[in-house]
Design a protein around this ligand. Structure first.
Ligand code: SF4
Ligand code: SF4
Length: 440
């Protein structure tokens, strides 16, 4: 392969892979690089499109800020200067540090020009006073008197009617501490651990008291989100999107498989088969870059995000802003349409690389697992590790997981893999995830 822009083929594949792990939030030069003193870009692109966030009436930038980790305040300020005005956060992100970094970034700016959504863990909160006490802590970190939306994370369709939450929100609205109500979830299909995302969010739409939804939707995981978007759009709800970028890391899959083989644990015939399937898919992913003549992997990520932006039922995308490069690359997408060529690129990616992606908010295979391993949740933690650069957060979440871990997968027959309609070699992925998330 000829060199491009001074890169040899090996570098390009490696950079492409890091990029496919999340261009702009590259694994190799992720959040630490930003904190390490990156120079601010001379001129970040400006937000070119604002959309009305459903019945809240607030005009949000089509690119918003949202991630499970902390953000460098100077990077956030660059995004705000460029016109980004939507934040999605939670008391739990970085144990409150994400809220604190937002508080730092908005200090001295017109509070009314931003829409801030935060989330509280409601389990164990007995009444409205307990909810208010916890919200007050978030408000202190955010350095504000109110949040625009208090978003609940309901585990089931029935729980969207949680009266503690609704009473609390009603009282907090009267006090001016909360303006709107929201719901968002990844859902689960593991027996006893919840219900599918679409069932829960459709129940929230039906309930009628929610103003804003947070939905999983991307070009490889369309169907569940599509149902929710359609229902929300008919009722005039605001729709914000998470996991809009499903691209994964594959560049070192082979070496990771080799490490797994050498760690002294048993590898039965079925796991060998799963590993071979994974290796084959990884090869296809590599040839995808060559076949499509990509200049940079950013082209795939850009097309993936434009796919979601092109859907006018969507009001804003919650993206990670860890580096100034994120500000540049994400803001360049504001107001952009999806070209025919980009549609073709995504179709090609889906065909060649689709099996690398364990679909967020899926879990179709989970009921088949005899050990009750929450496949989709573990693969989501792995996504935080690989695609969002949130290594410590991902490992802490995995360690705290109150369910069977993926160490069970080494000696299992791989029922989940047989049940996956997308051909994901998920048994191998789970083994790799376990190894990575435990550093074993
Ligand atoms: S392995 Fe397949 S069926 Fe299981 S959660 Fe992932 S995408 Fe869904
Ligand atoms: S490999 Fe086996 S133990 Fe692991 S999730 Fe799949 S069915 Fe469950």
């Amino acid at each position: 392969m000829s060199t491009r822009k001074g890169m040899d083929r090996r570098d390009f594949i490696k950079a492409s892979a890091a990029g496919l792990a999340g261009v702009g939030t590259t694994l190799a030069a992720g959040p630490a690089a930003a904190r390490g003193g990156q120079a601010a870009p001379e001129a970040a692109p400006k937000i070119r499109s604002y959309r009305e966030l459903g019945r809240t009436g607030f005009k949000v930038s089509d690119i918003g800020i949202g991630t499970s980790q902390t953000f460098p305040p100077e990077v956030l300020k660059a995004a705000l200067d460029a016109g980004v005005n939507y934040f999605d956060t939670s008391e739990g992100y970085g144990r409150g540090q994400a809220e604190s970094s937002i508080g730092e970034a908005i200090k001295g700016r017109d509070r009314k020009s931003f829409f801030i959504t935060t989330k509280l863990r409601l389990d164990g909160l007995a009444d409205a006073a307990a909810v208010e006490a916890r919200l007050d802590q978030s408000l202190a970190r955010l350095q504000t008197d109110y949040v625009d939306c208090l978003l609940m994370n309901p585990p089931s369709a029935a729980s969207v009617k949680d009266e503690v939450y609704h009473q609390a929100v009603a009282e907090l609205k009267k006090k001016g501490k909360v303006r709107f109500t929201g719901a968002g979830t990844h859902g689960s299909r593991t027996p006893g651990r919840g219900e599918p995302m679409e069932d829960i969010l459709l129940a929230a739409v039906e309930d009628g008291r929610f103003d804003v939804l947070l939905v999983v939707y991307n070009f490889l995981q369309r169907e569940p989100g599509d149902k929710v978007l359609e229902a929300a759009s008919k009722k005039g709800l605001g729709v914000t999107i998470m996991k809009s970028n499903p691209l994964g890391r594959y560049y070192d899959t082979m070496s990771r498989i080799e490490r797994l083989k050498k760690d002294g644990q048993p590898i039965d015939e079925r796991l060998q088969k799963s590993m071979a399937q994974m290796a084959e898919t990884a090869k296809q992913a590599e040839s995808f870059i060559q076949k499509n003549g990509l200049e940079t992997p950013a082209e795939v990520k850009a097309a993936a995000l434009k796919f979601v932006l092109a859907d006018l039922r969507v009001h804003t995308l919650n993206l990670a802003f860890n580096t100034f490069e994120d500000v540049q690359s994400s803001l360049a997408l504001s107001g952009a349409g999806l070209s025919g060529g980009e549609k073709g690129l995504l179709a090609s990616y889906e065909r060649d690389c689709g099996p690398l992606y364990c679909r967020h908010a899926c879990g179709l295979c989970e009921p088949s697992c005899p050990h009750g391993v929450p496949v989709n949740t573990i693969m989501r933690y792995n996504h935080y590790f690989e695609a969002q650069g949130s290594e410590r957060y991902a490992m802490a979440e995995y360690a705290a997981l109150e369910a069977a871990h993926a160490d069970n997968c080494r000696t299992c027959q791989g029922f989940c893999e047989a049940a996956c309609p997308y051909g994901v070699p998920v048994r191998t992925l789970l083994c790799l995830a376990h190894s990575q998330l435990t550093l074993s």
